[in-house]
Design a protein. Structure first.
Length: 284
């Protein structure tokens, strides 16, 4: 188990290393000639020989810009080459063989956000088909305080959202989990944190257990970490005191003997942050 975990973190560090040194802002990522202009993109248009027509414009929400002499111009869904050709045709009314260049300076219509347990929170440009692992690499890789899951929040055309949950270990081992991203996706690498569980009463080493939230132990695991039951423990009447989100305390009684004897038939009891486990003494 320790070897597997070491290999796992080594892979994460390799991913992080692959992303280091890529400090250029997202807008400077090389752009495929097939990239299609969309809302909020920033484009620069130059007409050689006439500086007055040089224009830098932000594409509106409905996919349009305003260009000198031409006026309102529909650009949504065009590649840079297609827009160049369109402007050349329109300017041909006033210019003979105009030369036009189009540069897409910012590609905000096709960005995803990457945040959480990554080296740097960033926006990543979707140029062509880009996958989850490529976006994480662009964010500098996953850090050691990552929990077990990556959650991708995807927004649909009707405004609804869908969470897509991908276990980090599966991402490293199963190519099917390395899904392609879509514009507007929010990639959140869950951040782990240390939480507390208390074990008191008839256990050999009562006290506080510090555990990672993503690796929360079960009841029998917590008792094992506390040294196990003493000879006077009443394992059939283990008490768990739990406080809910409203601050109300409830008491749960669990027969640990049944869990031990069940051999998989009776599931172990899952614990939560700040649970207090009390193992009473056997009544003689």
């Amino acid at each position: 188990m320790r070897l597997k975990r070491t290999i796992f973190w080594a892979v994460l560090l390799l991913i992080a290393a692959a992303g280091f040194g890529q400090d250029a802002p997202p807008s400077q990522v090389p752009v495929s000639s097939e990239y299609r202009i969309g809302p909020r993109d920033m484009i620069e248009i130059k007409v050689f020989g006439d500086d007055k027509l040089t224009t830098t414009a932000r594409v509106s929400a409905d996919g349009k810009i305003t260009f000198p002499m031409i006026g309102e111009l529909e650009v949504n869904g065009l590649t840079a080459a297609e827009l160049e050709k369109k402007i050349v045709q329109l300017l041909s009314k006033w210019y003979q063989n105009p030369e036009v260049s189009v540069l897409i300076k910012e590609h905000q219509s096709r960005q995803v956000s990457v945040l959480g347990a990554v080296a740097k929170t960033t926006f990543v440009e979707l140029v062509g088909r880009q996958t989850l692992l490529e976006a994480i690499t662009a964010a500098g890789g996953i850090t050691k305080d990552a929990a077990r899951e990556i959650v991708i929040t995807r927004t649909h055309a009707d405004g609804s959202t869908t969470p897509i949950r991908i276990p980090i270990e599966d991402l490293m081992s199963d190519p099917k989990q390395n899904i392609p991203l879509e514009p507007g996706d929010i990639v959140y690498v869950q951040v782990d944190r240390e939480v507390t569980i208390y074990v008191t009463g008839q256990v050999k080493s009562p006290g506080v257990l510090k555990v990672m939230r993503s690796r929360m132990p079960t009841l029998t695991m917590a008792i094992a970490q506390a040294g196990g039951f003493t000879e006077r423990a009443r394992a059939s009447k283990v008490i768990i005191r739990r406080t809910d989100e409203k601050g109300q305390e409830k008491t749960i009684e669990v027969d640990a003997n049944e869990i031990y004897k069940g051999r998989g038939k009776k599931k172990d009891f899952p614990l939560q942050e700040n649970d207090v486990i009390f193992v009473p003494e056997t009544i003689i």
